[in-house]
Design a protein around this ligand. Structure first.
Ligand SMILES: Nc1ncnc2c1ncn2[C@@H]1O[C@H](COP(=O)(O)OP(=O)(O)OP(=O)(O)O)[C@@H](O)[C@H]1O
Ligand SMILES: [Mg+2]
Length: 382
């Protein structure tokens, strides 16, 4: 088995004989890497941040300043992002309860087989629940630059938050992220490159996300252009699977082109909002994209078209756009040069700066239409 497939284990045990017994059981195998046996419960949280174990075993009878049950509760409350196996004795039975941070139980005496199979099982189950998550991922994409992808993504995210959804926005314009400048975020604010490269935990994410006054949390793009290369598809997958557990809605602002990372963000999307405008290059590129999406195996319902600046047709008949797309675009947002420029200059998304403006109401309508997709029965009746 490759070293990277090893399960990284941290043990919290203050009885030296038990610690030694676990060490000896794991000595002659490669599947599980024992990182440390710690006896002081008060140091465990910081060690988890540093060592990044996949599984932690905590002796439920741990003594000292932080006792076993307290430690388990603390790790749970801190969303340590790692499953815990409680170690106990038959006289003090414990039931597994993932809601309370006890993902599995191991009772003494146990064999090497018991130990290793319990570790594998708990890790597999934990990974599955992580991957499932709840959030809906909405990836905003355009087949051409400068058509309003960032403007729409930001205001959609804020409108979702205004509708009571816990919302995050990922600036995946990895090379030339605009959100930092748009929202007047200091250059020193951390970005996606500040996340650890190997094992990202939920606590790392919460340290790095920018909590914007508009009510959304933003994962900023790197501050420097060349840093985008540090972000891999694997990082993005991991980030999304963690964020899915924390948020109701994740809006992703993408860059133009089918960079493999952008494809990963399109793959992961529950809904792709493709921004189109009335101009001949967009229409041409939209056709090309529709083919690409088909070859990527996306069902037609995954992609929803949003016509930005829908009232500025520039002489192109509406039917031409519909013919290119093969359907009437699902969403429309009007043009409002004055308000968009003003809100960009002030760093306040226009849905907050002027909620009664037509453009803001259009965004809210898009959000309501997207939320209605979650309630098919209701939508069908209305
Ligand atoms: N509905 C709109 N009404 C008026 N101006 C708009 C509208 N949408 C976008 N804009 C303006 O169009 C310009 C491009 O917008 P934005 O940066 O959102 O596009 P983008 O597609 O993300 O661009 P890039 O390809 O550079 O990432 C900005 O100046 C923005 O203020
Ligand atoms: Mg942009």
């Amino acid at each position: 088995m490759a070293a990277t497939d090893q399960v990284r284990l941290l043990v919290v045990e203050d009885v030296p004989q038990v610690g030694q017994y676990i060490r000896s059981l794991l000595n002659s195998q490669q599947q599980i890497k024992l990182l440390d046996v710690m006896s002081d419960g008060s140091k465990v949280a910081s060690q988890i941040a540093q060592l990044r174990p996949d599984v932690v075993i905590v002796d439920a009878l741990l003594q000292g300043r932080v006792k076993g049950p307290t430690l388990i509760a603390q790790l749970h409350a801190a969303r340590a992002g790692v499953p815990v196996i409680a170690l106990t004795v038959p006289q003090k039975p414990i039931e597994p309860d993932p809601e309370q941070g006890i993902h599995a139980v191991l009772s003494m005496p146990f064999s090497g087989y018991d130990l290793i199979s319990r570790i594998h099982a708990v890790q597999a189950t934990f990974q599955e629940t992580q991957a499932a998550g709840n959030a809906r991922i909405i990836t905003v994409f355009a087949p051409k630059g400068g058509v309003g992808t960032t403007t729409v993504a930001l205001n959609l995210a804020v409108a979702f938050s205004q509708a009571g959804r816990r919302t995050a926005l990922i600036d995946a314009s990895l090379q030339f992220g605009d959100l930092r400048a748009l929202l007047k975020v200091p250059m020193t604010a951390p970005s996606i490159v500040d996340l650890p490269t190997d094992r990202i935990a939920e606590t790392d994410l919460s340290d790095v996300l920018w909590r914007d006054p508009s009510g959304i949390d933003i994962l900023l793009a790197p501050p420097r252009v060349e840093q985008h290369e540090m972000i891999t598809v694997r990082d993005l997958d991991k980030i999304l699977s963690l964020m899915r557990r924390v948020y109701d809605i994740i809006v992703v602002d993408t860059m133009v082109g089918l960079d493999e990372r952008t494809v990963a963000l399109l793959d992961a999307a529950d809904t792709i909002i493709e921004i189109v405008t009335f101009d001949s290059t967009t229409i041409h590129n939209t056709l090309v994209m529709a083919d690409t999406f088909r070859s990527l195996g996306y069902p037609p319902t995954k992609v929803r078209y949003l016509v930005n600046r829908a009232d500025s047709s520039g002489g192109i008949p509406e039917q031409d756009l519909a013919a290119a797309i093969g359907r009437i675009p699902e969403h429309q947002v009007v043009s409002d040069g004055r308000l968009v420029v003003q809100s960009n200059n002030e760093g306040v998304p226009f849905v907050l700066a002027e909620p009664s403006a037509r453009i803001s109401q259009d965004i809210v309508t898009v959000v309501n239409q997207l939320m209605a997709l979650d309630r098919p029965a209701v939508a069908a009746r209305s």
